[in-house]
Design a protein. Structure first.
Length: 169
């Protein structure tokens, strides 16, 4: 049987220098400026491996993130959990295209379903998790791009609502 890729990613070209995009990514508790579903972002520390923050979504969900890998100027790998469980990963990478443009990619992987038998895991990923989380990552990148290019803070659900993270008001 061939190896099934259980990760998913979304990427977007941003009309801003990679250095600016990195500075926004590395800003402690900065998600409320550009994340369209984020009610509150509290950073315990946000400057390298071991950094932690907490995300409170408009839906009331609370997730914790911990930096497992920090590549200065390039990106980071985040372990994301809810109440210490439901572990998943988010990998952020910025790649310059030229002096004024770059690509930001977010890759996700839902770890906590790996204990399920392959057929169930495959169906869950294909029909539920990849579509839901790909939509979520796309909307995050829309918000990030908007803020990086204009400097204007995003508003709740500016790029559409999300059933898990910020339902319609």
């Amino acid at each position: 049987m061939s190896k099934y890729d259980e990760s998913f990613y979304v990427e977007k070209e941003i009309a801003a220098p990679a250095e600016r995009v990195w500075a926004l990514m590395a800003r402690p508790a900065g998600l409320t400026l550009w994340h369209p579903f984020m009610e509150k972002n509290t950073a315990e520390r946000w400057d390298g491996i071991g950094s932690k923050d907490q995300l409170t979504y408009y839906s009331g969900l609370v997730w914790d993130r911990e930096v497992m890998n920090w590549l200065e100027g390039v990106g980071f790998d985040l372990k994301v959990t809810r109440k210490g469980k439901q572990e998943s990963w988010a990998i952020w990478r910025v790649r310059p295209l030229d002096d004024n443009n770059c690509i930001l990619r977010i890759t996700g992987c839902v770890e906590y379903i790996r204990k399920l038998p392959f057929p169930i895991r495959w169906a869950l990923l294909k029909f539920k998790m990849k579509p839901v989380f790909s939509q979520y990552l796309h909307q995050i990148l829309e918000g990030f791009t908007h803020y990086a290019e204009t400097g204007e803070q995003v508003t709740r659900n500016q790029f559409g609502s999300h059933p898990f993270f910020s339902p319609e008001q």
